[in-house]
Design a protein around this ligand. Structure first.
Ligand code: ARG
Length: 439
């Protein structure tokens, strides 16, 4: 389905009070049953769904519909370069979870499964794309949500002289977590607590256990000094504040993850001037002439930072991809989709990697920018919550969960917060044999 909501078209806002539009349900179900012959005829299913919507304002997906819908939502995510493997998304049906404790326990299981730390027969670092789908929104009723933008993110602390320790992007969110009673260590890579809000319990904070947070210490294949910078990054990027919509049904709590492309870390998270801003530091350590832009010291430092990211992940066996490989895969995906009679919706400004754009195939063409359903959406209030860690303006109280009484909001750590958690990093190659080193 092509809808407005792309770029210069006003985005379609979600009305949590509205009943499911039967036409949208029908369109999804016809596509789902058309693509999956084992599901049988769609007609009897449409009759049931029509009746459910008439009686309750919404309807309930079967597990097959949910899994298919979540995978197609990924396929339709026009900003994602990694969609070649959309069919392999592991869909965990968590629609029965209600309490913050239940939700948190399942979030931990999600991260362990995604990071390969869940089972004895899997290697830590064998990252798998996973989505956990929690209860759907019921029209006119408050719903559970996670405030964090990702399940794993680093805190940011503003210090007295205006600088920031940690991730500057997280400064306001971190302040709010501290107001809610969380105490971080104050280090550059402190994993934030997960803020889970449910209608019955308000917001509660949970500290992720070590086994859920796989991290990689960053070293460089040639520059020994690089390790001294003390950089690291987490292995699993898991977006936790986007609303999954399938056939007119909305799932505001449906965290999902893939594996990293190196540039996300090396050319953005650690490089952007308003993030960790490491490019000038690396350039200085490399002894580059930073007196004028045309020495291309930024570019040279950026390349080495990105080599360090890819090399470090590979050396400890954590799955990661580079932008050249991913560009080729994306073009292969476009080919596969064309064979299936589909055009791949894509946003050039997100698909082209943030370094060496023109050296990748995805740069040299344009894409159709269309908004197809099922899909994932970042609502304005979810975006604001993830930045500020609190509701700045609550326009319609009935649209949001009732605020918890202050004492309840402060009754946080259900999960005891360890004082100074030991490093969650993978053992360094001195403890565990490194992967074969490429030269
Ligand atoms: N760019 C985001 C980050 O660096 C992650 C977005 C999702 N990335 C992914 N490879 N699935 O944290």
């Amino acid at each position: 389905m092509t809808t407005p909501g792309y770029r210069d078209m006003p985005p379609e806002t979600w009305d949590p009070d509205a009943s499911v539009d039967f036409a949208e349900a029908e369109e999804f179900l016809r596509m789902c049953y058309g693509d999956n012959s084992k599901l049988g005829s769609v007609e009897p299913r449409l009759a049931v769904v029509r009746a459910q919507i008439a009686a309750t304002g919404t309807y309930v997906h079967t597990p097959d519909e949910l899994a298919y819908g979540a995978r197609v939502a990924w396929r339709n995510s026009s900003r994602c370069i990694g969609r070649l493997y959309w069919r392999s998304l592991v869909v965990l049906d968590r629609r029965r979870a209600r309490t913050p404790e239940e939700i948190f326990a399942l979030i931990v299981r999600h991260l362990c499964m995604a990071g390969g730390t869940a089972a004895a027969n899997r290697e830590p670092g064998a990252i798998r794309p996973v989505i956990s789908v929690f209860p759907q929104a019921q029209p006119g009723r408050p719903y559970a949500r996670i405030w964090n933008e990702q399940l794993i993110r680093y805190a940011g602390y503003r210090d007295v002289n205006g600088g920031v320790t940690g991730d500057p992007r997280a400064v306001r969110f971190t302040e709010s977590m501290r107001d809610l009673g969380w105490r971080g260590k104050g280090d550059a890579f402190d994993v934030l607590p997960v803020a889970i809000e449910t209608p019955a319990h308000g917001v509660r904070l949970f500290e992720l256990p070590e086994r859920a947070v796989l991290e990689v210490p960053l070293v460089h294949p040639e520059y020994a000094w690089f390790a001294e910078l003390g950089l690291r990054w987490h292995a699993v990027p898991a977006i936790s504040n986007m609303r999954l919509t399938i056939g007119g049904v909305h799932y505001p709590l449906a965290p999902f993850n893939g594996w990293y492309m190196g540039t996300e870390i090396g050319a953005r998270n650690l490089a952007d001037p308003d993030r960790y801003n490491m490019v000038p530091v690396v350039a200085k350590m490399m002894g580059l002439d930073t007196s004028k832009p045309r020495t291309l010291w930024r570019d040279r430092a950026l390349v080495e930072l990105n080599r360090a990211v890819l090399w470090s992940f590979e050396r400890v066996g954590v799955k990661i991809t580079d932008h050249h490989t991913e560009s080729d895969r994306f073009l292969a995906h476009i080919g596969n989709e064309a064979k299936a009679g589909r055009e791949v919706p894509a946003d050039w400004s997100w698909i082209v990697p943030p370094m060496s754009g023109g050296a990748t195939g995805v740069f040299h063409r344009y894409y159709r920018e269309s908004d197809e359903r099922p899909n994932f959406y970042l609502d304005a209030d979810a975006r604001a919550l993830a930045i500020h860690g609190h509701r700045a303006h609550v326009a319609h109280p009935e649209e949001t969960a009732p605020a918890a009484p202050p004492e309840q909001q402060r009754r946080i750590p259900t999960q005891p917060i360890p004082p100074a958690a030991p490093s969650r990093m993978l053992p360094s190659p001195t403890l565990r044999p490194a992967c074969p080193v490429r030269h």
